[in-house]
Write a protein that binds this ligand. Sequence first.
Ligand code: GAL
Length: 724
Amino acid sequence: MLKRFVVAFCVFIVTFTGLAQAQASTTIDGMEQLAWEEIAPGIWSAQVGEAEASTFRDLAAAKPRMEGLAKMGAAEFPFDKNDTMGQVINGTRTSVRLPLGLDEQVYGLGMQFRNMNRRGEVYHLRTDHYGGILGRTHAPTPFYVTNDGYGVLFNTTKWISFYPGVGNRKDSTLPPRKDRTTEAGWQAVPTSDAVEASANTTGMEVIVFAGPTPLDVVRRYNLYFGGGPLVPRWGLGFWHRVPTAASDESVTAEVDEFAKRDFPLDVIGLEPGWQSKAYPCSFDWSPVRFPDPKNFVSSMTDRNLKVNLWVNPYISPDSTIFEAMRPYTGSHTVWLGEVPDYTIPEARKILTDHHKKNHLDIGVSGYKIDEVDGIDNWLWPDHATFPSGTSAEDMRQTYGSRMQQTITEMFHEKNTRTYGLVRGSNGGASAYPFAIYSDYYNHKGFVTALCNASLSGVLWTPEIRSAGTDKEWVLRMQTVCFSPMAMLNAWASGLKPWSREEVDTEIREAMKWRVRFLPYLYTAFAKYHFEGTPPFRAMVLEPGYIANSNDEAGVLDGEKNPYAEAVRKDVTDQYMMGDSILVAPFFSGDRRRNVVLPQGNWYDFYTGKLVGNGEVIEIPFYLKQIPLFVKEGGIIPLLKDDANNTSAWQDGVALEVRHYGSEGGSTSLYDDDGTTFDYEKDAYSWYDLSVAKTDNGTFATSVNKSSGTYRKTFGKVEWKFMTR
Ligand code: GAL
């Protein structure tokens, strides 16, 4: 029955009669039509006014992945070029106006926590510590995607204001005027036919990305900025951050406790106290807490553990590189530390020489870059100056990106992959191997951020820090174990996974699933890198997830349509992981929850049972495991055996490959050395894992190399047919 209501994205129909499409002949006073040039298949650029000195292109970690873009093929320019306009006002402010269908929905504009649909609100995009102010966020990416299947990046590192479907120029197509006293339908925010945006700059580049689906738009955006990061395999294990004043001895005792209690662990994160001085930072090891860093890191390496170091960029006079860095710092201090200008190559070299010698060469695997988002009265003022001449505003918008770039390059030179954390990012950041985190701590908001991150080319970790109840502890742990980075950040709480004994079993189970999912997750990250597909995605990016524009009120032919209702509200509490899995976490206080299933049959991951197809189902609360659902024909490669560390993936590792549903299917599995950049020189392989239905109704399986030159590392494949 519900299928009757289904209308796919690609046949999205605008129903607002009379004003149906933005009109080709619109004349907008003072604005000039943009001239578009195709710069890659399905990607076009237009320049308004002067070219800016620095754009997201300069900040990208890698060049466009032209091979991946070429594979996606050519596409038509997605809207009417006549309706695209730009203007430089008084030589100081640049504005852009692009058409927006009257029924079109807008997503993206950075990693916001509150909701997903941007239409009808105003966003002043600024890199900021999240404080709930619209547009101020850790990653204020000026890129939007619409359900009509195209996206636009405003390629400026300036503070930029967006008016998606807000504001009505007198010379635009206006909706009918209503008398508020006597007529129904008066609107506080009258329907607008455009997205307008502007920033204080003498010019701006605008880049359009074609679809046809919203997922294709995001893929083109990510590929254009180098493709997603192929994170090291160890990065997909469990991360634990220790209390801020931990010492080598306390850390060693803590990691040994993980092993003793049988909890997974791959990465240990040291918080500020590993340094001799913090806030501002020395970047030098504390002689009191870590007197022999080389020995400490190698003892962790012997345990197959990686060490990640917390830093913030503000440099203490006690740092061994303070004097060298001084000529390259800005006018103002942060926590009385000086602020290096990393747009200057010499400044970057001082930092990287120091870090290589004192950290990387002894085995440190990466960094957590804190405080690059900034609250106004913490960071530098708008009139601060920097030796390169970069404005305070530009510096605020891009500091996190510059740090990510500097560190990414440093590891690249060593042919060693890194994965770390950062609290500020922006456009063009797709290829950085960093997950964003926040001091904010709302569980639902964390999941919304996970969805929004996928629309902005960034990764996000809904880290677990603490919980009010045992139940909340489990639910948060489950979510983080099914996210881009599975991490307990105990810098302040000092909690361990086993801190709540009553729920030890559930916590251990969530963490162990994380490690078992390694083949599936690692492949999802390889697809992020080579194809641009985010490993964790908002439902609006899922083909078969339906926007039902025909059914405005959720009622059709007098019948209530729960599917349309749910979709219109924008589903922000469930998401896709890899090719085939839908994750629907429970939240504290839930007694049940709705799950919106895209078109096609869906199966319970744990039991293999059919749960629904293109509809909203209700599931009763359970604590044991996080609810996971698999698409028809889904094939899920897992480690066959439980493991506590990703080093379990070694030559000959046995896999369990699960199949769901009654149809055949196939998926690909990625293989390489897991730690170096040799994949850039083609040292990788893809395998096809296939299930075909035979004439007598049984399934035939196959595992075949489909491309690549890397030797096969996995061993025996055991198939498990979950739906019988
Ligand atoms: C905060 C950060 C926390 C923790 C803390 C240490 O800024 O968000 O995760 O690292 O600093 O002082």
